[in-house]
Design a protein around this ligand. Structure first.
Ligand code: SME
Length: 159
């Protein structure tokens, strides 16, 4: 399936409720990891217009840049480093309202002001993270956490 997305504008919940079934339609039944991650970030970028949205994947004990939408970014992140590496180490979602206040934050772009990172967990292991950056302070909240966790949990791919 490859059709234009339907983009709804409204409150955040309505926007997630519109885009999630479309992401599911794009990814369900497709086993290829990169294809599904690529369409997921493209759909999220088109819906929300965030500054940067992408996946990092755990490879040989580092996070390595995967499919993303936005400006070029850091390629490798070690466990426990930055927001992404901390989310990986702690296996939990991190919401950072002001990246400059996060100790060890890795600045891929000085335009990024706030961030949410959601771990992708399969068989009890973190296999990657979904990272979203905004050029606005305090852009992300528990609503983003709820829906982004739902999106990564339901991503259909073979690891
Ligand atoms: N800021 C992230 C690094 C990734 S970029 O924002 C795309 C971090 O501190 O882990």
């Amino acid at each position: 399936m490859a059709e234009d997305l339907s983009i709804v504008k409204g409150d955040k919940t309505a926007e997630y409720q519109s885009i999630i079934p479309q992401i599911n339609a794009l990814t369900t039944g497709e086993p290829d990891l990169v294809a599904n991650l690529a369409n997921t970030v493209a759909a999220l970028k088109e819906q929300f217009g965030w500054f940067w949205v992408g996946f990092y994947l755990v490879k040989s004990d580092e996070l390595v840049l995967g499919p993303f939408q936005g400006p070029v970014a850091c390629t490798r992140i070690k466990k426990g480093r930055g927001v992404c590496g901390t989310s990986w180490a702690e296996a939990k979602t991190l919401i950072v309202p002001d990246v400059e206040a996060f100790p060890g934050h890795i600045a891929c772009s000085s335009l990024s002001k706030s961030e949410i990172v959601v771990p992708v967990i399969r068989n009890g292991q973190v296999i990657g993270v979904l990272d979203v950056d905004s050029d606005r302070l305090d852009h992300f909240d528990e609503t983003d956490q709820l829906f982004l966790e739902e999106i990564v949990a339901s991503l259909d791919f073979q690891v």
